[in-house]
Ligand binder design. Sequence first.
Ligand SMILES: Nc1nc2c(c(=O)[nH]1)N[C@H]1C(S)=C(S)[C@@H](COP(=O)(O)O)O[C@H]1N2
Ligand SMILES: [Mo]
Length: 378
Amino acid sequence: MPKQMSRHSTVLKSPRRQAGKPRPHSGEPTHGPLTAEELQLAVRNHSMPLEALRKDTTPPGLHYVLTHFDIPFIDTDHWHLQIGGAVQRSLELSFRALLRAPSITIPVTLECAGNGRSLLRPRPLSQPWVLEAVGTAVWTGVPLAYLLTQAGVEDDAVEVLFSGVDTGVQGGVRQQFARSLPIEEALRPDVVLAYRMNGAELPPQHGYPLRLVVPGWYGMASVKWLSSIKVLTRPYDGFQQAVAYRYQEDADDAGTPVTWMKVRSLMVPPGVPDFFSRSRILPPGPVLLTGRAWSGQGAVQRVDVGIDGKWAPAHLEHPPAPFAWCAWSMPWVADPGEHEVSCRATDASGAVQPLEPVWNYQGMGNNVVQRIKVTVGQ
Ligand SMILES: Nc1nc2c(c(=O)[nH]1)N[C@H]1C(S)=C(S)[C@@H](COP(=O)(O)O)O[C@H]1N2
Ligand SMILES: [Mo]
């Protein structure tokens, strides 16, 4: 069982806290009802309706969205991408110059690291995702490695820093959204500076005119509204790297960085929903349960489907690309009554989704199995 935060677990005793260490978000995790601040975040940042799991590629309006500050509206006539830092030649590229560079097109499943957060007890206060902060888009753009090679990365480079134009305050710290990647990740051939999503112009909420897409990593790595890329000779210690996006026991734990997506599967809820509870209603008889599964830590090897706690392996299809989700299906003959249907994926690293949530202070990487209540009747 994870360490529980008592209501009195004020961290003021901690020397690090007294030193004014910035916090990832405001307030201690709570057992209370959803707050007005969480609702405000939830209506700005939407998840993917689970029925969209039917599609290989998520239409842009259904793909989840997570934006920390405000969506900037960028005029490409006045926008440039700067590439500098520990490189032999700094570059400044216009949008038109980027369109002339070599391009790749790649399907990638993105998932927010906070997906599953609202299911944790106590509940970390931040964007209160349930289970569907995910989507798979086909991204087109310039391979990052191509531009880094053009710039000429110096031998002592350790990381590459990506900054968006969006700014705001988080944890009391005024900042531009910025994240770094280790140099070996930045030089992977499939990391892309994307200017198209599903064959169309990038929508404003997904990073127009240019965003990074890092296949396999949780979404925070894929910086939107990119304006600068800087090769670093020391690890980046900005807010979104050193304070936010860490697996922490408590506020004073330095924690470990959030990186690759954990294995997860989701199911298209069968039947029809009850409007208010979203529980499912299904006629008796055969039904094909379907869904998708993905992992950033090794290909999905199996998906098991649980009917009232009894597990059996589902049929698994090949993913369209290494870091795009794969489809699974399982026939079920539903008998009248109340049921719970579930799915659970295992990846090539041997990792399997936990049956109960694993708690951490920021509510990161909760890949607990999905459970759906179904009423089977006429
Ligand atoms: N510039 C910028 N990039 C960003 C963010 C942001 O707030 N600003 N949010 C990050 C997070 S936490 C996630 S999960 C993904 C979400 O990408 P999407 O909104 O296109 O689904 O973008 C990442 N890139
Ligand atoms: Mo995220």
